[in-house]
Design a protein around this ligand. Structure first.
Ligand code: CU
Length: 635
């Protein structure tokens, strides 16, 4: 652990007590970052640049250099931050229920969520956000995120930044690790089932954990179908893919498939398991697979850890309860982070090739170095100068080390591969550098994500903010420049160069996102762009209206108590940023309609009387007056 040195606190503003001496020194160098008050122009200069010269203050009118995509953890959402400003720009509701946008309430979002909102009440747990690739770098098509809570995977369209597909992954429980194929492009997203369960999990083998198993699932990025699964020994934690489109490699922290902590912690070594995509695809094409229960997904048996693997899998022993698995941007190595071991294991991917070609017999020989970094290595990220940065949980440090030097040291050369250990906030978790998961890392910024902010911020009750720290890695020395409090729990993030993201400014009227609603209107003889009409069909009523600031197309509509009402709004404003909202009083209904979008909601009108609706997304000087009445006749 770092020493617990108190700040001398000349300014009366207390810095967190557990900040170590090294961090205190470097934070002081970064001016206001840790509450060290310095005066006037000096303070201004220090907040705008740091000693490495990278500017992290983004002035009014300027734009950030990177899109940061953050998971929202058990908030169930994804967030967009600007980097380096660390300002939150947008939230993308995914598995959660969102009152502002109507996610989980509109018909359009319910179609995407399926039956899940009813089953899960808007609960989810996103851990990892990853973007789609073409030729090893981001192509701006999709983001993917996992739901550890309810075993789901979601896809987000990066043009509209909305979730457009969610699937529940069969035969497994608790999707944790999630990565996309990097080359030639992201045809698959690979999802790890973390917990082991009976197969099928239908009430059999409840008390026979020896019959509990898990699988890796390959999800087609376009169709979102699970194309195949690979049954493995142990469990599956984090994963990553290579840069040739050949492998996905996952850590396993529970090789014993234990169900209690002592059982899980038992083995001295667990493993990283590599899955050979070509071998699996050939087996699936040849019909060499089984299925489980009623599920039609082909399952290939990749067990065989005791023999080192199978034709589909290679089990590489690594110490102990490994956690993060991170491919180096040059595509040469998988690095497994030891968690309960102070080491990371460097796995040479060329030796994985040799193993599957029959030229390497013992998977242990693929590990070419195990550099010792500190207590509790969790995740590793990279710059463009051959350095790796590992989050070390128990030491609460970022450890910068040089990969080539670590390999030389492993061969017996006397070389210090550690470049710097930077004290960061308490018990760091994930760590990510800009563009580090592509073949184009740029070595500019690094974010250290954490679980505990302790006393870094004004206290807000027993529940504390969490924290993301921005670190300048562009120079020889890492510099901590910014603390960013955040609502729990952003596990992980990626930072994408802004030129690879091309968001739409307004919706296109033919967007498939609301195509079903358009088809419903067409069947009713309605032209959504111009009609303001009420269609009655038995006790089903469809209310179609347009919005143009500051008017709803209908200032009232009349229905009967007990009617099932569908309100369909089309926002005919085409000016960027001119949203409207439809908020129906005393009905718990609110949703956004962005420019040129159509959105709808269906509910039962069970309260007779006058119920006002109003625009909830500010639109105009007469925004307050943008309202109307739903008149409900008593039954
Ligand atoms: Cu409005």
């Amino acid at each position: 652990m770092s020493d617990h040195k108190e700040d001398d606190n000349k300014t009366g503003i207390s810095r967190r007590g557990f900040l170590g001496a090294t961090a205190a020194a470097s934070v002081a160098g970064a001016g206001l970052a840790a509450g060290v008050l310095v005066g006037g122009k000096e303070a201004e200069a220090r907040t705008k640049t740091n000693a490495n010269g990278l500017k992290f203050h983004v002035d009014p009118g300027e734009l950030d250099d990177y899109y940061g995509f953050w998971s929202g953890g058990h908030s169930g959402e994804v967030r967009i931050l600007g980097v380096p400003s660390m300002r939150e720009l947008m939230r993308i509701p995914v598995f959660n229920r969102d009152s502002a946008t109507g996610w989980g309430q509109t018909n359009e979002s319910k179609r995407i969520l399926g039956d899940n909102p009813q089953d899960y009440m808007g609960a989810g747990d996103t851990h990892h956000v990853h973007a789609s690739y073409t030729n090893g770098t981001y192509d701006g098509r999709y983001l993917f995120t996992n739901d550890k809570l309810n075993t789901r995977v979601a896809r987000i369209r990066m043009d509209i930044m909305k979730t457009d597909k969610i699937i529940t992954v069969p035969n497994v429980t608790s999707i944790h690790g999630l990565r996309l194929q990097k080359y030639p492009k992201s045809n698959y997203a690979f999802a790890n089932g973390e917990m082991v369960i009976p197969q099928p999990n239908d009430g059999r083998d409840l008390e026979n954990p020896e019959n509990y198993w898990t699988m890796l699932s390959a999800i087609d990025v376009e169709s979102m179908e699970v194309k195949w699964q690979v049954l493995v020994d142990g469990n599956l934690d984090n994963n990553d893919t290579d840069y040739q489109g050949k492998y996905v490699c996952s850590t396993c922290y529970n090789s014993a498939r234990g169900v209690t902590l002592p059982e899980m912690m038992g083995p001295e070594r667990d493993w990283a398991v590599v899955i050979n995509l070509k071998a699996v695809e050939e087996a699936v094409a040849a019909g060499d697979f089984t299925t489980i229960g009623d599920c039609k997904v082909p399952v290939v048996d990749g067990r065989g850890a005791e023999q080192g693997g199978s034709k589909f899998t290679m089990y590489i022993p690594v110490p102990r309860s490994p956690h993060g698995l991170n491919t180096t941007p040059d595509g040469k190595y998988f690095i497994a982070n030891g968690k309960l071991s102070p080491t990371v294991s460097i796995i040479e991917i060329a030796k994985v090739d040799d193993y599957f070609a029959g030229k390497l017999k013992d998977p242990r020989d693929a590990v070419i170095a195990e550099p010792e970094l500190g207590l509790g290595p969790l995740h590793t990220t990279y710059d463009n100068r051959g350095n790796a940065y590992t989050s070390v949980f128990l030491d609460s440090q970022v450890v910068k080390w040089n990969i080539a030097d670590a390999l030389r040291a492993a061969k017996g050369e006397k070389v210090n591969y550690i470049r710097q250990k930077l004290d960061v906030h308490y018990q760091i978790g994930h760590i990510k550098a800009t563009m580090a998961e592509t073949k184009e890392p740029d070595g500019k910024w690094l974010v250290a994500l954490c679980k505990f902010s302790k006393d870094r911020f004004l206290p807000v009750g027993p529940l504390h903010a969490e924290n993301d720290q921005l670190i300048d890695i562009s120079g020889d020395e890492m510099k901590l420049v910014h603390d960013g409090p955040t609502f729990p729990e952003p596990h992980d993030c990626i930072m994408v160069r802004r030129d690879s993201v091309r968001p739409a400014r307004v919706w296109k009227r033919d967007d498939p996102y609301f195509a079903e609603t358009v088809a419903m209107a067409k069947a009713d003889g309605i032209t959504l762009e111009q009609d303001n009409k009420v269609i009655r069909d038995g006790n089903q009523v469809r209310v179609y209206m347009t919005t143009i600031a500051p008017n709803f197309g209908l200032t009232d509509f009349k229905i009967k108590q007990g009617d099932e009402v569908t309100v369909v709004i089309t926002n005919m404003d085409s000016i960027e940023d001119l949203h409207h909202g439809f908020a129906l009083t005393n009905h718990g209904i609110n949703f956004e309609i962005a420019p040129q979008a159509t959105a709808s909601v269906t509910f039962t009108a069970n309260k007779p009387g006058v119920h006002w609706y109003y625009c909830s997304w500010f639109c105009h000087a007469l925004h307050m007056e943008m309202s109307g009445r739903m008149l409900v006749e008593a039954a």
